[in-house]
Design a protein around this ligand. Structure first.
Ligand SMILES: Cc1cc2nc3c(=O)[nH]c(=O)nc-3n(C[C@H](O)[C@H](O)[C@H](O)COP(=O)(O)OP(=O)(O)OC[C@H]3O[C@@H](n4cnc5c(N)ncnc54)[C@H](O)[C@@H]3O)c2cc1C
Length: 472
């Protein structure tokens, strides 16, 4: 009987898991493993993400236990850890999901080399996406850089169905012995796993609960509610998609089932939701084709853009990061991020536009800050979202489209409930008739809340003048 290690990475679940399913179907004895690499502990790896990761690993370990096996947790670096584990268990191969982010992709190439040195194989699966990265090309055979034509091809592309969880896992007896080394997951050293005060919970069970709630109560109205920051109109599945505690094929298949049962309005909503999933894959494809876009303006003419620098940059950035810009909707978004490790998509667009266009701070600062605070922080979607908002990206919102934070607030938080929930000074001050999205225009100012850091109209003109200097 063959033995295969199954390396869990961004797929911390038992159902709809291609590497696990393949190893099980081959009739192999399975050695389930998670490698705690140093990069999980570096400062870019946000505490909210670590908290979700820690929940997810704990639950995965329990699930694997129920299937009769044991999740082995080893410290990295992954190439050495996996090669050693294969020696110890006599596994001939390692089955794993492919990861397209630069660091994990480098790591998997090193794992492949380390295994090959002893005649072993790394077998990679596209477990994280519906259409493998790099498969879709435009009419010139090049990677797509514009979303709409990409989405047409993506919608038509063949997508796999979910695969079931194994009912039992055969494993080498050795790994079930207490003496067999595994890092205790209850107290992994160095994990800042407390996360944000109201951090999203990770794990398969929580993912399942979120998915069910969304399918039953929000999906059919997603189209009309998804932009409203005051409503619970989106799925909040992003941390689960980030760590794969909900499988992407499973999600699509549930959406398709719901579509068949839905009325015409419901069907439109479901189609809108699926197109959002397509944005995730589009940004993944962009990262795959242009890995340098992680830190470089996709549109190189912006390399000459006069972003603010020095003390002024620090002052503006600090006000934005703390949620003290004096623009309620911007501050509510930032405080939601600090409190929940998550932010509504509309708020992400508003705060990113405000930082880059009203405050003229380089998008890379905002991107790095989000990455360190978000529980769903995902390099491809984060860089994509930031470059889109800053106007520097593929198919971006043009730089001259500058969100007016007051109008955005009035449109997408009409009663100010989102602002009142996160900006407590404004909740205490507010009375019917007071302009929640422009408190500085009221006769009495809210105690402890700042006046606007910039005048939006003046800031807008300044941004357009800066753009003019580029002579695009
Ligand atoms: C500046 C900025 C930064 C962002 N950073 C991230 C990030 O680090 N990680 C991340 O997952 N998303 C990011 N997004 C995209 C989007 O804001 C989140 O995916 C979404 O808010 C997550 O909430 P939800 O699960 O309720 O989304 P839903 O509206 O329920 O959408 C379902 C899923 O579709 C995907 N999705 C939806 N919208 C987008 C989008 N515009 N781009 C890419 N994928 C999308 C996500 O996987 C999401 O979970 C960013 C957007 C912006 C504007």
């Amino acid at each position: 009987m063959k033995t295969a290690a199954v390396w869990f990475r961004r797929n911390l679940r038992l159902d709809d898991n291609l590497p696990l399913h393949a190893a099980h179907r081959e009739g192999a004895r399975v050695v389930p493993v998670f490698v705690l690499d140093d990069y999980y502990l570096d400062e870019d790896y946000s505490p909210p993400r670590l908290a979700v990761l820690a929940d997810s690993i704990r639950e995965l370990a329990c699930g694997i236990e129920r299937l009769g096996s044991r999740l082995i947790v080893r410290k990295g670096p992954a190439p050495e850890a996996l090669a050693r584990l294969c020696e110890e268990t006599r596994a001939e191969s390692v089955f794993a999901p492919a990861d397209l982010e630069p660091h994990p992709a480098r790591l998997q190439a090193e794992v492949e080399k380390a295994l090959a040195a002893s005649g072993r194989r790394l077998v990679l699966f596209d477990d994280h996406r519906l259409v493998p990265a790099g498969r879709l090309k435009n009419a010139q055979g090049k990677p797509f850089v514009v979303y709409t034509p990409y989405s047409k091809r993506w919608l038509e592309a063949e997508k796999m169905l979910p695969v079931p969880a194994p009912e039992r896992l055969e494993s080498p007896a050795l790994i079930r012995e207490d003496a067999f080394p595994s890092v205790p997951i209850d107290r992994p050293r160095g994990w800042r796993e407390t996360g944000a005060p109201r951090n999203p919970r990770g794990g398969m069970r929580e993912g399942e609960k979120r998915l069910r709630e969304f399918l039953e109560s929000s999906l059919a109205a997603y189209g009309e509610r998804r932009d409203r920051m005051d409503l619970d109109g989106t799925s909040r599945l992003s941390p689960h998609l980030r760590f794969g505690t909900v499988g992407i094929r499973r999600l699509l298949s549930e959406c398709r089932d719901a579509w068949r049962e839905a009325d015409p309005a419901g069907r439109k909503s479901i189609e809108t939701f699926i197109k959002e999933i397509c944005w995730r894959e589009f940004y993944g494809d962009v990262l795959h084709a242009f890995p340098e876009s992680v830190s470089r303006n996709f549109r190189s003419e912006f390399d000459r853009f006069p972003w603010v620098t020095g003390e002024e940059e620090e002052r503006r950035f600090a006000a934005w990061a703390e949620g003290r810009t004096g623009y309620p909707v911007v501050d509510a978004g930032m405080r939601q991020l600090l409190e929940e490790g998550w932010m509504h998509n509309r708020a992400r667009m508003i705060v990113a536009s405000f930082l880059t266009k009203d405050l003229l701070v380089d998008w890379r600062r905002g991107e790095a800050f989000f990455r360190r605070q978000l529980a769903d922080g995902d390099l491809a979607s984060n860089v994509g979202g930031w470059q889109w908002s800053a106007g520097t990206g593929t198919d971006a919102q043009p730089f001259f489209r500058i969100f007016n934070p007051v109008l955005q607030g009035e449109k997408f938080d009409p009663d100010g409930e989102f602002v009142k929930k996160y900006v407590r000074e404004l909740a205490r001050w507010w009375r019917p008739g007071r302009p929640i999205h422009a408190p500085w225009t009221a006769d009495s100012l809210p105690a402890g809340y700042p006046r606007p850091i910039v005048d939006h109209a003046v800031a807008r003109d300044r941004a357009l003048r800066a753009l003019g200097q580029l002579k695009l």
